[in-house]
Design a protein around this ligand. Structure first.
Ligand SMILES: [Ca+2]
Length: 384
């Protein structure tokens, strides 16, 4: 595992190096700008981890569109709210707050579970991104002409697994706690030897954005927009930091599955779970939605653009779909989508992304042990 990770890191950095050396001043400047942007921003918990790339997009058009079953969903009455951080706890990409109106919709009360995803795979034979061998022809598209093909042992189906450190690590290097792991996928989320047996009610993970969309199509649903997600997470509360209001997450009864202790080497598990929790183990928000804070990150439909909120400052938006492009200053060449809600790895000392306004970004073809999703569907009627 470690060897594979090191090999992967080698190819990743070799590719970057090659690109730097062959693309001239513009490329060098872009990288310099990227480095400067990184210094200027608060680090995101998945910044610059070795991204899965090269599998390419998944064509889901052959999946028969389902009809949404409203069981397990709640009706979210549309409305107007201030989207973005309302206090000083946000990161730069959460400002400025802007006025957003969303139409009514239905939302899954929980993250999609292993049992639900298994039903989808059984019905369709779908193969997830993490189960596919990276395609050299796709990788080449992101590299300068003439880049040599890597050794076959590097091009293996893999995904990213959290590895707890026994000692404090450099918090500026998320690769210290993420391992590119051969054979990790939704059925064995921590790699060979792990399984989802007995974990039917845990959220499915190691799911790419394409995988989440494929499931949603089969289920007759879709991924939420970022605006819908935040509106739902707020549960009708105005300008509060968390789905439950303003009380700090560590006060009172456990409110969400996060990291407690010292990240990433000491986890007290005071909230009852050291890693992923089954869905709906903590109180729902006022809309009846569980785990909108913590447990696993949830994919949204929007491109991640660090400057998007600034670009819509002062505007009132109606059902916004987000930016029309991906832009992550940390890794500007990699297309990324928004993920929301934080995970069991979120800690107050780091990104505190269990806040309702917190935004994160993940490459569309990247699976992670702490990332899943839930679906929504348009409301044609408020009745079931
Ligand atoms: Ca926990």
């Amino acid at each position: 595992m470690k060897r594979a990770f090191i090999l992967y890191q080698s190819i990743f950095f070799c590719c970057i190096l090659f690109w730097t050396c062959t693309s001239g001043d513009n490329a060098a400047k872009a990288i310099q700008d990227s480095i400067q942007a990184k210094k200027d921003s608060i680090l995101h918990c998945t910044s610059n981890i070795p991204n899965r790339f090269g599998v390419g997009g998944t064509d889901t058009s052959s999946i028969v569109k389902g009809v949404a079953d409203k069981a397990g969903m709640v009706f979210i009455k549309g409305g107007n709210y201030a989207m973005g951080a309302s206090d000083k706890t946000g990161r730069a990409d959460e400002y400025p707050q802007h006025n957003v109106t969303v139409s009514s919709f239905w939302m899954d009360t929980t993250e999609v579970t292993n049992a639900q995803f298994a039903k989808f795979v059984a019905a369709t034979g779908y193969v997830t991104t993490a189960e596919k061998t990276p395609d050299w022809n796709e990788i080449k598209k992101q590299l300068p002409p003439g880049t040599p093909k890597p050794a076959p042992e590097l091009l293996v189906a893999s995904s990213l697994v959290f590895v707890m450190s026994s000692t404090p690590v450099d918090m500026n290097n998320p690769a210290s706690w993420w391992a590119w792991t051969k054979g990790a996928n939704w059925k064995q989320p921590r790699g060979p030897g792990s399984s989802i047996k007995g974990k039917d009610n845990e959220p499915v993970t190691q799911i790419s954005w394409d995988d989440a969309n494929a499931y949603a199509r089969w289920a007759g649903k879709r991924l939420p927009t970022e605006a819908e997600w935040e509106f739902a997470a707020r549960g009708g509360l105005k300008n509060q930091t968390f789905p439950w209001g303003s009380e700090p997450v560590e006060k009172g009864a456990a409110k969400a599955n996060i990291w407690q202790g010292t990240f990433p080497n000491t986890n007290t598990g005071a909230d009852g779970y050291m890693r992923i929790a089954p869905v709906a183990k903590y109180a729902p928000n006022a809309y009846g939605l569980y785990d909108m804070s913590g447990n696993v990150w949830e994919w949204c439909s929007d491109w991640y653009d660090a400057n998007y909120y600034a670009s819509v400052a002062g505007q009132s938006l109606q059902n916004p779909l987000g930016s029309n492009k991906s832009f992550d200053p940390d890794e500007p060449t990699i297309p990324k989508k928004v993920v929301r809600g934080g995970s069991f790895l979120c800690h107050a000392s780091y990104c505190a992304s269990y806040r309702v306004s917190a935004r994160m970004k993940t490459a569309t073809d990247t699976g992670l042990e702490h990332t899943g999703f839930r679906c929504v569907t348009d409301a044609s009627s408020p009745k079931k």
